[in-house]
Design a protein around this ligand. Structure first.
Ligand SMILES: [Fe+2]
Length: 371
C-alpha cells in the first residue's frame, strides 16, 4: 500500500501577490509572517505583506530565523507566535524558515512543546492545526509540500515528521531568486530527493513507518522532477528565472515526502555534523557514489532512467553548479569510521534501503572521496 500527501499548490510568476487572497479564502483576520533577516528585507517580502494588508488582514512579521533551526530559534519564535495569537501562519523563506514555521505552528496550535512532537506516540494522532501558507524563496527542500521539519536538538539534526504539519497551501513563485550559491545547493538537494525517492525501497517491502516507499506515483513524479531539474546549471549560471527548477523542486518534494529518501540523506546528516556545511552541499557530495552503488547492487535499469532524465551524472551536475566534493570539504579516509557510524544512526532513513549496511556505507564513503 501507499499514501499520498501533498499541499494545495498555487504556482506561477508573481503568485506571491496572491497570499492575501488565499488567506482571505480561509477566513483569516490576523496572521504572523515568519521569515529570516535577509529574506525579510527583500522587496518580495514587502510585496507579500502588502498583499495581506490589502485584504484587510492584520500581519505581524517575525524575521529572526537566521540559521538552521535549533531549540533557541524555535522557542523564541513560538513565544512570539503565542503572544500574537494569529489565526494563520505565513512562512516566507528557505528550508530553515519553512521548517521552523511548520513546527512552531504545530506546537502553537496543539498547545504543546517541541518534546511532544519528538515522541513517537504523538505520531499516532492527527491534529487540526492553524492553516500555514508556505512560500519557498529557494527551490530545493520541498518543505512547502512535506510533513517534515528538520531541527537541531542538542546539536544533532533531527527530522520531526507529522502528518498534521503538511502546509495547507504552497505558493510557488518562480520570479523569486536566491543568491547563486544558495540556488546551487538547494537545487542539488532537490535532485537528490528525486533520485533517492526513485531508488528507495519499493512500497510492498516497507513494513511500517511514515514513508510509503517507491510506487507508481512517486516514480513518475521523481523522473519528471529530474527532467525539470536538468535545467539547474543554466539556472544557476545565467541567474534567470526558471519555471522548470521551481516546479521540479516542488515535484521532487512530493516524491520525497511520500516515497521517502534513504542513505544519501542519512550520510548528509553525518557529513553536516563534521563539516557544518549547508545541507545541499553535504547531500550532493555523496550522490554519485551512492548512484554507482545502487547501479551495481540494486538496479541498473533505475539508474539508467535517472541518468537519462537528468541528461548527466549526479557528479557532472555537482561540478557544473560549483559545489564541493567530499574531499574539497576537508574530509579524508580517517573520517570514514565516524561518518559511517553517524550515518547508520539515522535508522529511519537507513531502513528505506536496508541493503546498505556498515560495509556498504564504508564503500560508498570511500568512493565519494575519489570524486
Ligand atoms: Fe534534502
Amino acid at each position: 500500500m501507499f499514501r499520498l500527501r501533498v499541499s494545495r499548490l498555487v504556482a506561477g510568476a508573481g503568485v506571491r501577490n496572491l497570499v492575501g487572497s488565499e488567506l482571505k479564502k480561509l477566513g483569516v483576520s490576523k496572521c504572523v509572517l515568519v521569515t529570516g533577516p535577509r529574506t525579510g528585507s527583500t522587496s518580495y517580502c514587502r510585496e507579500v505583506v502588502k498583499s495581506v494588508e490589502a485584504e484587510g488582514i492584520e500581519v505581524s512579521v517575525w524575521r529572526e530565523v537566521d540559521r538552521e533551526p535549533d531549540e533557541d530559534v524555535f522557542e523564541v519564535c513560538l513565544e512570539f507566535v503565542r503572544s500574537e495569537e494569529p489565526e494563520a501562519i505565513v512562512a516566507f523563506g528557505g528550508g530553515s524558515v519553512l521548517d521552523t514555521a511548520k513546527l512552531v505552528n504545530a506546537c502553537y496550535s496543539v498547545g504543546r512543546g517541541m518534546k511532544f512532537f519528538l515522541s513517537p506516540s504523538s505520531q499516532l494522532a492527527r491534529f487540526l492545526l492553524k492553516p500555514l501558507i508556505a512560500i519557498p524563496t529557494t527551490f530545493g527542500t520541498g518543505s512547502e509540500t512535506t510533513c517534515a521539519s528538520v531541527v537541531k536538538v542538542g546539536g544533532v539534526k533531527k527530522g520531526i515528521i507529522h502528518e498534521s504539519m503538511l502546509p495547507d497551501t504552497a505558493i510557488l513563485d518562480w520570479e523569486i531568486r536566491a543568491p547563486k550559491k544558495v540556488s546551487a545547493s538547494a537545487g542539488m538537494d532537490a535532485i537528490m530527493h528525486a533520485f533517492e525517492a526513485y531508488t528507495c525501497l519499493e512500497c510492498e517491502k516497507v513494513e511500517s513507518g511514515f514513508y510509503s516507499g517507491s510506487n507508481e506515483v512517486t516514480d513518475t513524479l521523481a523522473l519528471k522532477a529530474l527532467e525539470l531539474l536538468s535545467h539547474l546549471p543554466d539556472y544557476v549560471e545565467k541567474g534567470e528565472h526558471s519555471r522548470e527548477v521551481a516546479v521540479g523542486s516542488n515535484v521532487a518534494g512530493v516524491a520525497l515526502g511520500n516515497a521517502g529518501v534513504h542513505f544519501g540523506h542519512a550520510a548528509s546528516y553525518a557529513i553536516a555534523s563534521l563539516t557544518e556545511r549547508p545541507h545541499g552541499e553535504c547531500v550532493a557530495s555523496i550522490g554519485q557514489a551512492l548512484l554507482e552503488w545502487i547501479e551495481e547492487n540494486i538496479s541498473r535499469g533505475r539508474v539508467e532512467n535517472v541518468r537519462r532524465a537528468l541528461g548527466a551524472s549526479i557528479d557532472e551536475m555537482r561540478r557544473k553548479v560549483g559545489l564541493p566534493s567530499l574531499s574539497d570539504m576537508g574530509l579524508g579516509v580517517d573520517d570514514i569510521p565516524e561518518l559511517v557510524s553517524r550515518a547508520m544512526e539515522v535508522k529511519r532513513l537507513v531502513a528505506m534501503r536496508p541493503e546498505i549496511d556498515e560495509k556498504a556505507a564504508k564503500e560508498i564513503f570511500e568512493r565519494a572521496l575519489s570524486f
